[in-house]
Write a protein that binds this ligand. Structure first.
Ligand SMILES: C[S@@+](CC[C@H](N)C(=O)[O-])C[C@H]1O[C@@H](n2cnc3c(N)ncnc32)[C@H](O)[C@@H]1O
Ligand code: SF4
Length: 417
């Protein structure tokens, strides 16, 4: 309801976001700057009940075919380029991408035939991935940033999520990773797990930083309709209190709020995979966001392999944005980073920010949710709380629906959001 009203207001239309089954092998990205790259590796040792991401149990033969297909997809996308294209970053997400640690260098090398990666290469790690040998291989492959899915250092919170590990073991993994020479060490934490208190969350943040994290990401626990959660997230009022305690604590210990969900040591780099103004995604479920187009690959590994084998991109759905929809989407992801740059907005959307959203910005400033500094707009902490709430509503209304359908059907005819 809330997301529907905001969407209609910002886009000045009741027209839904219409994702349609379409096929094209031509992507218009050659002139986009600020482009990021994302590669999805869907394999996991075992599947966590709370996790909504596109993942399957690891099988050696399937993983080998997947890597071959990834190389073909990268070639299909990259071969049209007139010259090497500079991109900001490359992120490997999953799933558990380090299960393919010996294949990562080949994938990076191939991407570097087409792209110059200017800001770094990141990867998501499961704590079980963290060994001296794997860390060394990741460094050799050129990876500079890591994100470790700790979720919590508290054993009972972990058990409620269905994950194993003790505080000491997990802290030792973060410590080991922090000594391997990466520039960014992010630790993912989930909060509002049943039984968890603000004290436990704050202690989780402290343990992460004390053992070498440069950034901590704190995600509110979301109960996706297609997940199989034994425990349900804590109510909104408790989430709100935990978030406030978290923000106050992180400010108190001198950490910088670098997005709605992340806190970091001042001056360190940011780990942020798809919260970017445009990106190219490879692999199952990967999304691509270009000038006026949002594209989603099929979630089915089998369908992905088949499509690639026929020489075509594995696209499941494409959304062709109207100008205002593109502008609204731009606002949405910038709000996540808590800052909005009018120059970048105009460059990407093609319309001056004030012309499209002057009224909204004026109103948000008057309400104390936004302030201006050096030609940019910044969200206040109060606005970040509302955004947190909105983000969860958006996840439940849009992402949940989209991923639920795509998890069942490889190429649905259309999805209206
Ligand atoms: C692709 S996952 C995890 C990476 C790695 N495979 C692992 O399990 O450690 C990325 C992050 O999303 C977050 N996440 C997953 N499911 C979530 C949920 N239901 N609610 C909130 N955050 C979630 C977790 O913090 C997780 O580390
Ligand atoms: S949380 Fe990580 S390990 Fe668990 S299913 Fe999701 S991607 Fe796989």
């Amino acid at each position: 309801m809330l997301t529907g009203i905001i969407k209609a207001w910002l886009t000045r239309s009741f027209r839904p976001f219409l994702f349609e089954r379409k096929q094209t092998n031509t992507l218009d990205y050659a002139d986009l700057d600020g482009l990021g790259l994302y590669v999805h590796i869907p394999f996991c040792r075992s599947l966590c009940s709370f996790c909504p991401y596109c993942k399957v149990r690891y099988e050696k033969g399937l993983a080998e075919m997947y890597v071959q297909a990834l190389h073909q997809e990268i070639a299909l996308v990259g071969e049209g380029l007139p010259a090497k294209k500079t991109v900001t970053s490359l992120y490997f997400g999953g799933g558990t991408p380090a299960l393919l640690v010996d294949d990562l260098k080949g994938i990076i090398d191939q991407l570097q035939e087409y792209f110059i990666i200017s800001e770094g290469i990141g990867i998501e790690l499961h704590p079980e991935d963290i060994t001296v040998d794997t860390l060394q291989k990741l460094r050799t492959a050129g990876i500079t940033m890591i994100s470790i899915g700790v979720q919590s250092f508290d054993q009972s919170s972990l058990a409620n999520l269905g994950r194993k590990g003790s505080k000491e073991e997990l802290a030792a993994k973060v410590e080991l990773a922090s000594q391997a020479g990466f520039t960014v060490i992010d630790v993912d934490l989930i909060f509002a797990i049943p039984g968890q208190t603000a004290e436990i969350l704050i202690s989780d943040v402290d343990i992460a930083f004390a053992h070498g994290a440069t950034q901590v990401s704190t995600y509110p626990f979301i109960d996706f309709t297609f997940a199989d959660n034994r425990c349900k997230p804590l109510p909104e009022s408790e989430k709100k209190a935990m978030l406030k305690a978290l923000v106050d604590h992180c400010r108190g210990i001198g950490k910088q709020r670098t997005s709605v969900w992340t806190f970091a040591n001042p001056g360190t780099g940011r780990y942020s995979s798809v919260t970017r103004e445009s990106f190219l995604g490879f692999g199952v479920s990967a999304t691509t966001l270009l000038w006026e187009q949002f594209k989603i690959n099929t979630f089915s590994v089998e369908a992905y392999l088949k499509r690639i084998d026929s020489g075509e991109l594995p696209t499941a759905l494409i959304l062709d944005f109207t100008k205002r929809q593109r502008g609204a989407y731009y606002l949405f992801w910038s709000a996540y980073l808590m800052e909005l740059d009018p120059v970048r907005f105009e460059k990407t959307v093609g319309v001056p920010l004030m012309q499209m959203f002057g009224l909204e910005l004026w109103l948000l400033e008057k309400l104390g949710l936004l302030f201006q500094k050096a030609g940019r707009y910044f969200l206040t902490d109060r606005a970040a709380y509302y955004y947190h709430y909105l983000e969860q509503a958006y996840t439940t209304a849009y992402i949940d629906k989209m991923w639920r359908i795509l998890g069942k059907e490889a190429f649905p005819k259309e999805i209206r959001l």
